[in-house]
Design a protein around this ligand. Structure first.
Ligand SMILES: [Zn+2]
Ligand SMILES: [Zn+2]
Length: 120
């Protein structure tokens, strides 16, 4: 039993270290409510509340918490999906402007012009 507790403790310490304590700080600073779906968290449920970095830079942790947002794990997931999609926004728009369907666009992505490869 003693060993198990030690391992757990080490894991918690490792996690705390990894997060540089920003979660603890954020939870002290903000109400325990998801910033997106407004769900409230307390007790055991609190572990579903996570710290999102607004600029997606986990090393940017200003002491005033201006880069943090508390999000539940579901909304946090959503937020990152949206962020990933943003990168493709420009490509999507150019396809739309050209009047191509989404599948035409996909086709172009999957079969790059061999001439381009030579230039690499
Ligand atoms: Zn939420
Ligand atoms: Zn995040």
């Amino acid at each position: 039993m003693q060993k198990k507790t030690d391992a757990l403790e080490r894991m918690y310490r490792y996690l705390a270290d990894k997060e540089k304590g920003y979660r603890t700080r954020a939870l002290k600073m903000f109400p325990h409510v998801c910033g997106s779906c407004s769900r409230e968290f307390e007790g055991k449920g609190l572990k579903e509340l996570t710290v999102h970095h607004k600029d997606h830079d986990h090393d940017n942790n200003p002491p005033d918490g201006s880069n943090w947002e508390l999000l539940c794990i579901y909304c946090h997931d959503n937020e990152h999906e949206k962020h990933k999609m943003k990168g493709y926004g420009a490509v999507e728009k150019s396809f739309q402007a050209g009047g191509f369907s989404a599948f035409d666009g996909l086709d172009a992505l999957l079969s790059p012009d061999p001439k381009d490869e030579d230039n690499d």
